[in-house]
Ligand binder design. Structure first.
Ligand code: GDG
Length: 471
């Protein structure tokens, strides 16, 4: 029976070391939460790094444990973690693709590690994949993998999806290894992006840097054609709606509401990342408290920042900046019985997250750049019977779909502060109307729809190519 082999840098399970030995828990992050609930169907397998470097004995344990859950680990050495993951992936590609080119470093050793690790993933997939299996590669850490697989398996069905933005040609052209990266992606039969904007940027780079022309999203690469299209990713709407209604979520919500004395809650949830606009958001909230003093002691910013990439310099600096801003705002405006910001630097179990989504009147999703942003959709899915307002950055992929949110420019502090005030005074009728429209959309275009659409398109484009080859 043919199956789908999902390949991504991280597995949906992360392995951590504690005094009691290794522990296994679900990974945070968009890809893991998005695909995590569906890959187990139909005999599928997930290939990826378990997020930790291990010795030989631990390697056996991790391999065994993950096998029972249809996962196949690829182990990385300390040097590979430094040069491939923290280096090329997170200090070259991530900033460049999010328009933070000033943070990007160009290091030949990092590039070589990136090539070597993509080859390592290639070997792991080849050991596993039969000729009829579909291979679905994910994200910016594995841009070279489609072409590496294609070289060995010219007939395989290979899909690639990019979870982050694909930037303008002007950013891509800065990369010393731009051609190899684009050629790497073009090894796939189908390349997917969250929005048409990203897709257009990709086609423009391919044309300007490689000279390959395209028509209706079909790129001619020698004798092959590669289909490029937009597939806005959805969430597991039913799961979020269910958790939000669960007894556990309700109990947590009540506890939090009692503790916060029913203040109006503005919610902010992100991984620690300079692309997420966390510092800008704090400055806007400070401006709200200055401009509209009536919200002092009546509104609270509940901010969850999930630790991420804390070995990379810019992330350490951002953490310090956030700590300082929170300290300043809290010490300036707090009273004996009120804290303007409830700040958590850790992750929460999903039931507690659901309680936060439920109780928040306003969700602030204001990234500088974001491929899609699933938090925006999870907030909507969790608001089953309650109103609420989403404030959403025009530079998140989600803004293309969620036009009933209050759409803002995240660098415009005044506009953002005004949007928070507008959200806090929005009549309930209007809230319900906007929320209802967005709920219908999140429900219809859910994660199952996304997977089905992508896989069907891949099967279709493969069949079409085979037919053309035989005629
Ligand atoms: C990349 C792209 C794109 C967060 N805090 C906790 C927690 N989370 C979960 C959220 C959500 C996920 O992490 C974050 O997903 P995002 O989409 O917001 O962002 P990235 O991690 O940057 O994901 C992004 C995505 O890929 C998918 O293509 O949308 O643009 O950058 O699911 O719920 N989960 C738990 N506790 C937390 O404290 N359990």
């Amino acid at each position: 029976m043919s199956r789908t082999i999902i390949v991504s840098n991280r597995l949906p399970t992360k392995v951590q070391r504690s005094d009691e030995g290794l522990s296994f828990s679900p990974s945070e992050g968009g890809l893991a939460t998005g695909l995590g609930s569906i890959y187990r169907a139909d005999n599928n397998v997930w290939v990826g790094w378990p997020g930790i470097s291990v010795d030989e004995e631990e390697e056996r344990e991790v391999r065994e444990q993950l096998r029972t859950d249809s996962m196949r680990p690829v182990f990385l050495t300390e040097t590979e973690i430094r040069d491939f993951y923290e280096g090329f992936s997170n200090e070259t590609l991530w900033p460049t693709f999010h328009y933070f080119a000033q943070y990007a470093i160009y290091d030949q050793t990092h590039w070589e590690a990136y090539v070597a690790v993509n080859e390592k993933f290639c070997q792991a997939v080849l050991e596993l994949a039969g000729p009829d299996d579909t291979i679905w590669v994910h994200d910016y850490q594995l841009l070279l993998l489609p072409q590496m697989l294609r070289a060995v398996r010219p007939k395989s069905s290979i899909g690639f999806f990019l979870h982050i933005p694909f930037p303008s040609y002007e950013l891509i052209r800065v990369l010393p290894w731009r051609r190899q990266l684009l050629e790497g992606m073009l090894g796939a039969d189908l390349i997917g992006f969250h929005t048409y904007g990203y897709m257009r940027h990709f086609l423009s780079s391919v044309s300007q840097l490689l000279g390959y022309q395209s028509q209706n999203g079909l790129v001619e690469v020698g004798t092959r054609s590669v289909l490029v299209d937009a597939f806005p990713m959805g969430i597991d709407q039913a799961k979020y709606a269910e958790v939000a209604q669960s007894e556990q979520a309700r109990i947590h919500e009540q506890t939090y509401r009692d503790a916060l004395r029913n203040e109006r809650i503005i919610l902010s949830i992100d991984r620690l990342d300079y692309t997420k606009g966390i510092a800008q958001r704090l400055r806007a909230y400070e401006l709200l408290l200055q401009t509209y003093p009536e919200w002092r002691e009546r509104a609270t910013l509940l901010m969850v920042v999930v630790p991420s990439r804390d070995q990379v310099e810019q992330y350490k600096e951002l953490k310090e900046e956030i700590d300082e801003l929170v300290g300043r705002i809290n010490s300036t405006y707090r009273t004996i019985s009120w804290n303007p910001i409830q700040y958590f630097y850790r992750s929460f179990p999903i039931e507690e997250l659901a309680a936060l989504y439920r109780m928040a009147e306003v969700a602030l999703v204001t990234p500088m750049r974001d491929g899609m942003n699933l938090v925006a959709k999870e907030f909507i899915a969790s608001k089953i019977d309650t109103p609420g307002v989403l404030i959403l950055s025009e530079r998140a992929g989600a803004a293309r779909e969620l036009s009933d949110a209050i759409i803002i420019n995240p660098t415009d502090t005044n506009q953002l502060a005004e949007a928070m005030h507008e959200a806090l005074v929005m009549p309930e009728d209007e809230q319900r109307q906007r929320m209802g429209a967005m709920q219908a959309l999140v429900k219809k275009y859910n994660i199952h729809h996304w997977v089905e659409l992508f896989i069907n398109r891949l099967t279709y484009s493969k069949l079409k190519q085979e037919t053309l080859a035989t005629t």
